[in-house]
Design a protein around this ligand. Structure first.
Ligand SMILES: *Cc1c(COP(=O)(O)O)cnc(C)c1O
Length: 497
């Protein structure tokens, strides 16, 4: 059976999976969604002994039905290899009474590697299948982690160029260094004078700019996206939830069919939406707990049914979640509107014009699987310090937001189901925030001294991704104002300095 995709804002046209991946965003500004959410065609007990790569195939073939078995397996094998520092790809670690699914063992030590190590292969395969002759220009807005993971994935991939926009003062030191030292003839990195929402909105506008699209086509280019608005990002993220459940079963931590709760530190709503897809595929997940930092627009949405981005943007110690416009929520809105593209388009138009929208009580009733929670800066630091003191385990700030929300949810709800926390980044990536949460005495040390201390106290080896940037040359120094993004893209594609 061939699964087709539709825009969340237009019901008229369908595209194949490979076309959806190539386009990234639909022409009407909507996001691509499968016309039906697929189910697994293997049982959970059959999944038990499978490797990450085998699980990836079992999951992804249900979504990407126009890829042949050979094509998809090749993409999977090229993605999940020695770039990861562990054969299991995504280890499950028991910390206190929760299970941490460590998604940060890839090349750039954040969970974005889980999808971005395969996206370039999916995209170049899709280009071949669809006889695309243009070079593909990947335009990406990043809150810190997507940028580097996409750069690493696309560097020197023939037939592609990649341009990354990041908020100048909105990322950690390590995140910035990782990006500005990126090698590869086809890579460009631009610091914008604004926040992540500015970057993301700017990139979406470039996608929708018909005049620019034409100019690009004439020069032999076409845009695609490495952001989680691309369905080619979302699908590979479903894999690790299926894999984690199978590992819990295999390790006899749960009984077959036993429901678990999943807690996800959330920004753009991609990771948690992937967990929702996994639930729909047949994984026994009860609650999907959406954990926010002080930018708690999603918490308020789940409480009230009103999405309202009219509020102050807060810079926190979990910068990859400093987001007020969660793009992937649109996919959920579309689903709870009954796959009604027109209704969804109205709400998204209200978001654009007024910065807010409100869903109907019938729609809100369909959100019963979701729970919102948030952690303040102090609560985030407290959970890092507490966990370290009790268990010796050091977690990063994003994961800590989820760990705090997990604990709070269990206390408040008395829901005793086992909890899986998506652990989204290595603590090394946010060494300053992590170390000062553990002890104020670290305040005075510089970033790399802190990294050395972290190695000592955590007993985990400094990842390659960190060693690489210690002495690397800065290769990207371009900056621009928010309203200069279009001109900047044109200049880059013309090869101007
Ligand atoms: C991107 C990111 C998040 C947020 O994930 P979304 O899919 O955008 O919700 C959380 N933690 C880290 C470390 C990230 O890089």
């Amino acid at each position: 059976m061939n699964l087709l995709y539709k825009s969340t804002r237009n019901a008229d046209r369908t595209v194949t999976a490979s076309e959806a991946i190539l386009k990234g965003l639909a022409e009407d500004g909507g996001l691509f969604m499968p016309t039906a959410l697929p189910k697994l065609d293997v049982t959970l007990s059959e999944l038990k002994g499978m490797s990450y790569q085998e699980t990836a195939y079992a999951v992804m073939k249900q979504f990407l039905t126009d890829f042949t078995e050979e094509e998809l397996k090749k993409c999977i094998d090229r993605a999940y290899d020695q770039k990861f520092d562990t054969e299991v790809i995504a280890p499950l670690v028991k910390v206190g009474d929760t299970y941490h699914l460590e998604l940060f063992h890839g090349a750039t030590i954040a969970f974005k590697d889980m999808a971005l190590s395969i996206l370039p292969h999916l995209l170049t395969t899709a280009a071949k299948k669809n006889d695309v002759k243009n070079d593909i220009v990947i335009l990406t807005a990043t809150s810190g982690d997507t940028g580097k993971a996409a750069l690493a994935g696309f560097a020197d991939v023939p037939g592609t160029k990649i341009i990354v926009f990041y908020p100048k003062n909105g990322v950690s030191k390590v995140q910035e260094l990782q990006m500005v030292t990126q090698k590869g003839e086809n890579t460009s990195v631009v610091a914008i004078h604004g926040n992540f929402d500015h970057a993301q909105t700017g990139v979406k506008e470039l996608f929708e700019d018909k005049e620019l699209g034409k100019e690009l086509a004439d020069a032999g280019y076409q845009f695609s996206s490495a952001n989680s608005i691309n369905i080619g990002r979302l699908v590979p993220q479903v894999v690790y939830y299926v894999y984690a459940y199978a590992k819990l079963l295999e390790n006899e931590e749960i009984a077959e069919g036993e429901e678990i709760n999943v807690v996800v530190p959330t920004g753009n709503f991609g990771n948690i939406l992937a967990a929702y897809f996994a639930k729909n595929m047949g994984v026994p997940i009860a609650k999907l707990v959406c954990a926010s930092n002080e930018n708690k627009v999603l918490f308020d949405f789940f409480e009230t049914g009103k999405y309202d981005r009219n509020r102050e943007f807060v810079l926190t110690s979990s910068p990859s979640m400093d987001i007020l416009i969660s793009s992937n929520l649109e996919r959920l809105i579309y689903l709870i509107a009954g796959a009604d593209a027109e209704k969804n388009a109205q709400l998204m138009a209200a978001l654009k014009s007024d910065g807010s929208y409100e869903i109907t009580p019938e729609m809100k009733a369909k959100l019963a699987d979701f729970v919102g929670g948030y952690a303040t800066e102090a609560e985030t630091a407290e959970v890092i310090a507490d966990t370290y003191k009790k268990t010796g385990y050091v977690m990063d700030t994003h994961t800590a937001v989820a760990a705090y929300v997990a604990k709070k949810y269990r206390e408040d709800s008395k829901d005793e189901k086992k909890v899986l926390v998506a652990s989204t980044a290595s603590p090394y990536k946010f060494a300053r925030s992590v170390m000062t949460a553990i002890d104020g005495k670290y305040d005075a040390m510089d970033e790399f001294a802190l990294i050395d201390e972290l190695e000592k106290i955590s007993g985990t080896k400094i990842p390659n991704a960190i060693e690489e940037i210690r002495n690397a040359n800065i290769l990207h120094t371009r900056e621009c104002d928010v309203d200069q993004m279009k001109a900047t893209v044109k200049a880059i594609l013309k090869g101007e300095e």
